[in-house]
Design a binder for this molecule. Structure first.
Ligand code: TDO
Length: 181
């Protein structure tokens, strides 16, 4: 497995070793020992999620607060997305910075976001199946988020605004400045 630490501390890009043969491919999508050896982080993943979305669907930017904060290991099973990790750890030297990464069924990259990161993605292919592991359970009351088109973050989502499809909840998220002031 290849691993790269991003400019954001504790946030990693993982590239699994893929075995191709005449039948197709095989790869270990998660191996606790290899994950620890590569990241140095003991993460106890306890929930797996999967979503299907069509082109232009943008989910984010989401995080859970306090004791319900979640680390996530995210990947794409089908299609192609632009994935965004935002450091919202107020004591971090990279607080307010983000890392963008294309995840696809072809590159099979995985993105590890530690606790204290907001997360979002937009679907660039016709459809996408997105899967991720979390180290804390879903807790509706502690859900929080930053608006996708926040002027401080200024994320290039690679699609025109009128092609984006957001949930009603995500359309009214606060700006970064409002949330952290
Ligand atoms: C996230 C989540 C949602 N749900 C339910 C609540 C709701 O009725 C329905 C859809 O929820 P949402 O609209 O919040 O789903 P979605 O917008 O896909 O939310 C997800 O976005 C990505 C970017 C993340 O990083 C995730 O952590 C999560 O916040 O699924 C669960 O039961 N468990 C969960 O873990």
């Amino acid at each position: 497995m290849g691993i790269t630490e991003t400019k954001l501390k504790d946030c990693f890009i993982l590239e699994p070793r893929v075995f191709q043969d005449s039948r197709g491919y095989f790869f270990e999508s998660y191996n606790q020992k290899h994950f620890f050896d590569a990241t140095g982080q003991h993460v106890n993943f306890i929930q797996d999620n999967e979503t299907f979305s069509t082109k232009g669907v943008l989910r984010g930017l989401h995080f859970q607060t306090g004791k319900f904060a979640q680390a996530k290991l995210v990947r794409v099973i089908k299609g192609r997305v632009l994935d965004i990790a935002v450091d919202v750890r107020q004591d971090s030297p990279t607080f307010g910075e983000f890392q963008a990464l294309e995840l696809s069924e072809d590159n099979k990259k995985q993105f590890f976001l530690p606790r204290g990161f907001a997360h979002g993605f937009v679907v660039l292919s016709d459809t996408a199946i997105f899967a991720y592991k979390c180290d804390n359970y879903y807790n509706r009351e502690s859900e929080a988020g930053i608006i996708y088109n926040d002027p401080t973050l200024n994320i290039d989502w690679q699609l025109p605004d009128d092609k984006l499809l957001l949930s009603d909840k995500d359309k009214v998220l606060p700006t970064f400045e409002t949330f952290f002031k």
